[in-house]
Design a protein around this ligand. Structure first.
Ligand code: SAH
Length: 213
């Protein structure tokens, strides 16, 4: 499977759609215009790769909807060279968008099969996260703290306190919080113990679960 002019054209249309839906950050739109989303999906869904929809990726998980990826990434306000921790590697699409923006990406996945598949796949299409980790995202990744940004791509029923500890002062954490549907929540770390918290719209994610399998 290759990346053709047809795919590039479809991506440009998707970017236009995301822009119409309110995504304004040019760096985010530019990254989405470059990452070949069709390569991240099971072959049966490839024709739908550039629709603004979530799709199954195996192991009962999904590749997030492009709007959701764009929205969360926009809230992170990434600069080149920022150290970003992602919880929920899944297909690796979000991680690729972060790499495309020049972030140093650390990403954690709790399902061994997805970890295995994605950690082979991303380098094969020239995306190189700093580290892909098989583990429980509730623990974060202490070895590399503090992070400029943390992005959680599964719905958390409560805030993982360890992640807040591993955030740099001045850093941002974007996390969908709730049981059935989730509110997008942005944590801005003001000091070791103070946060500004902002709530955004409703989204739907697969659940953030404890322990690796
Ligand atoms: N960012 C992914 C979205 C995948 S869906 C993408 O772009 O494709 C969310 C992922 O979070 C799933 O793969 C799920 O297994 C994973 N997940 C859920 N709870 C987790 C946890 N505690 N630690 C790490 N990963 C977790």
């Amino acid at each position: 499977m290759v990346d053709s002019f047809k795919h590039k054209g479809l991506r440009n249309k998707l970017v236009e759609e995301l822009s119409n839906k309110g995504i304004k950050d040019v760096k985010v739109l530019d990254a989405i215009s470059k990452v070949p989303r069709h390569l991240f999906m099971d072959s049966s869904f490839i024709d739908h790769a550039y629709q603004d929809k979530a799709f199954p990726i195996g192991s009962g998980q999904t590749i997030s909807q492009p709007f959701t990826v764009a929205y969360q990434t926009q809230l992170l306000e990434i600069n080149k060279g920022d150290k970003i921790l992602e919880i929920g590697t899944g297909s690796g699409y979000q991680a690729a968008v972060l790499c495309e923006m020049g972030a140093k990406v650390f990403t954690i996945e709790r399902i061994r099969e997805l970890y295995r598949k994605t950690s082979a796949f991303l380098p094969s299409i020239n995306y190189f996260p700093k580290k892909m980790i098989y583990g429980d995202g509730y623990q974060g990744y202490e070895k590399e703290e503090p992070f400029d940004g943390i992005i959680v791509t599964a719905g958390a029923s409560k805030i993982p306190e360890k992640l807040l500890l591993q955030l740099k002062i001045g850093g941002r954490m974007v996390i969908p919080v709730g049981e059935n549907t989730q509110k997008m929540v942005l944590y801005l770390k003001k000091s070791a113990s103070e946060f500004d918290i902002e709530n955004f719209g409703d989204f739907q994610f697969v659940p953030m679960l404890k322990n690796k399998i």
